[in-house]
Write a protein that binds this ligand. Sequence first.
Ligand SMILES: Nc1nc2c(c(=O)[nH]1)N[C@H]1C(S)=C(S)[C@@H](COP(=O)(O)OP(=O)(O)OC[C@H]3O[C@@H](n4cnc5c(=O)[nH]c(N)nc54)[C@H](O)[C@@H]3O)O[C@H]1N2
Ligand SMILES: Nc1nc2c(c(=O)[nH]1)N[C@H]1C(S)=C(S)[C@@H](COP(=O)(O)OP(=O)(O)OC[C@H]3O[C@@H](n4cnc5c(=O)[nH]c(N)nc54)[C@H](O)[C@@H]3O)O[C@H]1N2
Ligand code: SF4
Ligand SMILES: [Mo]
Length: 672
Amino acid sequence: MTAPATRDVLLTCPLDCPDACRLKITLERQDDGSERAIKLGGDPNHPITRGFACAKTVHYPKRQYHPDRPTHPLKRVDDTFVRVSWDEALEDIAARLKRVLAEHGPNALLRYNYAGTMGLREGTHVHSFFRALGAPELDETICATAGTEGWAMTYGPRYGVRPQDVPHARTILLWGINSLTSNSHLTPWLTQARKNGARIIHIDPYRNKTSLYADEHVKIRPGTDAALALGLARELIVNGWHDETYLQDATVGFDEYRESALAWTPERTAEVTGVSPETLRALARQIGEHGPLYVRVGYGMTRHENGGTALRAATMLPALTGAWRHRGGGANVSTSGYFHLNRTHLGAAHLIRPGVPHVNMNQLADALAPERGFKAMFVYNCNPAVVAPDSERVIQGLRRADLFVVVLEQAMTETARHADYVLPATTFMEHADVYTSYGHTHLGYNPATLPPIGEARPNSWVFQELARRLGITEPSVYWSMDDLLAHLLDTDHPFLAGFTPERLKAEGTLPLNLPDDLRPFADGAPTASGKVQLSPAPEFIPVDAQLNDAYPLRLLTPPAHHFLNSTYGHLDVLTSAEGHEPHALIHPDDAQRYGLTDGAYANLTSEVGATQRRVRVTDATQPGVVVVEGSWWGLSAPDGRSINAITAQTLTDLGGGSTFHNTRIRVEPARG
Ligand SMILES: Nc1nc2c(c(=O)[nH]1)N[C@H]1C(S)=C(S)[C@@H](COP(=O)(O)OP(=O)(O)OC[C@H]3O[C@@H](n4cnc5c(=O)[nH]c(N)nc54)[C@H](O)[C@@H]3O)O[C@H]1N2
Ligand SMILES: Nc1nc2c(c(=O)[nH]1)N[C@H]1C(S)=C(S)[C@@H](COP(=O)(O)OP(=O)(O)OC[C@H]3O[C@@H](n4cnc5c(=O)[nH]c(N)nc54)[C@H](O)[C@@H]3O)O[C@H]1N2
Ligand code: SF4
Ligand SMILES: [Mo]
């Protein structure tokens, strides 16, 4: 008997998820001597991963070995793709690019990317190619910038409460986040807090996994969080539950904030938010009498016209009660701020020229209009045909005959299907990279562990090959993983004291040097004033896209439990766990009003477009609110359209962010 030829490796999950798990992957030796990933779970020794991977990523091996995964360069010839060699692809792409640059200049070249991988090399540093050419900047706003900006105005850096401090909190608000789905490794810490006596309240327009887990669900009307936060602030102030000492010592602008809050009586708040005065008073009492308060806000609440201010208003409550003075007290939107890496040359940021044009990535549909003048586009780590607002117009743009489109991909996404070239990309098991986290404070490193499937290559390899052919001389474009790592760790910041490339590589994951008793804003904040900034006071401003007779319903399009954005949309095992096709959740009152029946198809129409979805009638949602979970591939929908066929390019009040939950629609039974 020979021993089973398997071994376990530990690698950081590269996906756009706060948990940045340390995964335990079992590799099995094949007859030909190669190795194959056969099983994936969580590292039991990682303090945040705690031995489990999520319901989606346990299936990553199926993605890695998917039969449709591109494994060699593909070139469009008429309406089909033909296999070409790397050399032919790179020579041709370089020649096309040279022509575009010569005829139209660098302003005709667009990069479009997001966080398909969170790796700093394959995700971020590769932008150096475009900066060396002087191409326009892409403002990476599709996800986090409204929240980042809202947080920064009050607190400065994103020093959120760490998961391991959460068990010290006694009132926990999960606000605009379906954390059991989108931040599942927070759950054990929440459960521990509950065992310690905490009460957990979920503030969300519809009932989902997190509402069922919480002790209480507050079903707020979408887009009204600033009003609820101000209403709570008023109750806390009039009952004397605010912390005068903290406000005096650690904040500026309290007078202004108080004045703004006092206008929000429980009755007025109820009218706007749909949350009854009794519920509001009880919630304020819970916060006032059972500290410390921990507010976990999600990006979900920011995806509205006034989403930045909404997040600001919600995250000010722990300042009002002085919760930051206590371990576990405070708020979190992201822990990214703790990673004080040296980023001066990351992505060749030093080359960004003043006055270079910017493209807001939420406005890709507009940017791809012919008159904007883009002639060549590279897409990597992103699937804009599905995830970008107004996606039908995005697809029209990708299909333009006079736009040369190169897509670097691990899957034959709908974006890739519209490309002129599809270049096969490696996965996190096949390339080296370094990873921060926005949900915890451990830095991760992955070596290249498996050989690439077929002729797949890392993004960095592709851009270096093209850079050579274009004669780019900027050194950082050609950095190796080791060069980049040395740069990132070249800092004296105390959080990174003792971090060396050798140590990070040897240990794979390293906790930042943070005190056990962290309390980042206990005495103030690293803002311009040195204090937590309550000024300008948040105000509730109703959205421009008010519901009306033509569009009487608000559409929310939050994450699905078994997907990670569109990354798993082609795995049968996960689409079937989500009900095989996307559904529109509609309240029984609305179903009756608009003549819809459970299981039938409906047309969803907005000012931007229309699409069809199967209806699920459920009181999980509320009257006036339709929910379609998940960035499904359009191919899974009855009409082949992404839900973003009907979302708009409208930007948030702060940070130029996306407004995926702001869409006003009408629904009608679909005929035929
Ligand atoms: N399973 C899974 N996990 C994921 C993802 C995924 O697609 N699937 N996506 C990942 C990514 S890219 C990100 S950015 C993160 C976070 O991804 P986000 O899309 O920001 O998701 P959440 O933060 O969970 O927030 C979604 C919740 O916000 C609620 N919401 C919508 N509008 C409002 C409102 O006006 N007020 C309030 N109070 N709530 C509102 C929705 O009903 C939903 O329950 O999750 C990551 N994790
Ligand atoms: N309606 C609606 N739309 C949304 C959202 C929503 O809640 N509702 N959420 C928004 C949010 S929060 C986000 S973050 C965006 C996410 O949008 P995207 O960043 O586009 O995320 P994914 O859809 O997961 O697609 C990532 C792609 O990157 C590819 N990829 C992964 N690793 C690599 C690599 O190493 N190299 C290359 N070349 N490719 C790689 C994957 O195969 C995948 O196809 O979607 C946004 N769109
Ligand atoms: S997607 Fe998130 S929860 Fe799932 S394994 Fe990756 S980091 Fe962990
Ligand atoms: Mo995101």
